[in-house]
Design a protein around this ligand. Sequence first.
Ligand code: PLP
Length: 393
Amino acid sequence: MPNTITLTNQQSAVMKTYARFPITMAKGKGSQVWDDKGERYLDFTSGIATCNLGHVPDFVLEKVQQQLSQLWHCSNLYHIPNQEKLAELLIQNSFPGQVFFCNSGTEANEALIKLARKTAEMNGKESRKIITFKQSFHGRTLAALSATGQEKIQKGFSPLVEGFQYLEFNSFEALKELETIDACGVLLELVQGEGGVIPANKEWVLKLADICKSKDLLLMLDEVQTGMGRTGTLFAFEQYNIIPDIVSLAKGLGSGFPIGAIIASNEVSQAFVPGSHGSTFGGNPLATSAGLATVQYIVGKEMAKEAMELGDYLRVKLSELQKEHPKIKEIRGLGLLIGVVLEGSALETVKKLMENKVLALTAGEYVLRILPPLTASKSEVDGFIEALGKSLS
Ligand SMILES: Cc1ncc(COP(=O)(O)O)c(C=O)c1O
């Protein structure tokens, strides 16, 4: 049967930066969303790894509602208790350091890049170059897209921000090259999300971390997509036995409320002083009430462990499905950040899934990206697998 779903960018007064599916979302709860016609969908996109606790999670809703009636916004010229508490909670669960708050993943990476350059200046290091990797994705502002190792993201936006060099991801040859480059830091995703759900090789990461140490390069991780329990630990770096100098966060940090952050070691944090960086909205009382409740819930209820277990279950079910469907070429990922490499177009499969009332994503042309909420149930996974089986048939 030919597919009836077409993507359009011809809508309304909104700029055409997105090709949109013909669905208007009206309501969400847990793993379910309803469109404006009352049609229900199983949402295994989590708003692209953002609604990690499902839609409208009760605990976060309650805390945000309390804050809504108290104070929405005040500038960073004053103390913001939620911000302090959230920073402490992030530090307790990562590494000793300090936190800067902003509003998105891109902004978090902007802050990270600025902090890396400022640290180089503080330490009297000549080079401001940051090494990133091919197929990476770090965001859409000029510095973040310049850091991104994908020409299609950069096309048309020259001149790019100087000072980035892209190496081959997961390549030991590239590490040899790294040893010869004069730089101030390295930035990578431990699972390249947008680039095709490609987990970094553990040995490769350890070697990379060793080189960073010996060459005095900052080891910087973009955990915008991998963070907040998504990969089966609060931060993906826990599974790689490394401690970064700076890590960027966003997406799942606010359960859908816009918030981003960087965590930097105590030493590196010193490079930012009053006036170095800032944000009007960054870390405001409302955003940090969402962030605080989200992290309290993820840590308190051990949601990362749930993600690991449910991810294992989903992978087993996908492997069973693979036996019946040779179109499934490979299953990869970490925790509940899963990529299924298909023989044909992943977008066509997403459309077929949508006809079966299930939402999933692509990551590139051939990879189906599956991002269930960490709160999803095994029976919802079973429902997804059934729909995927039908969609592939
Ligand atoms: C790894 C990574 N970094 C940065 C970003 C940009 O985040 P945002 O869209 O919140 O600016 C994304 C978004 O997909 C991402 O996956």
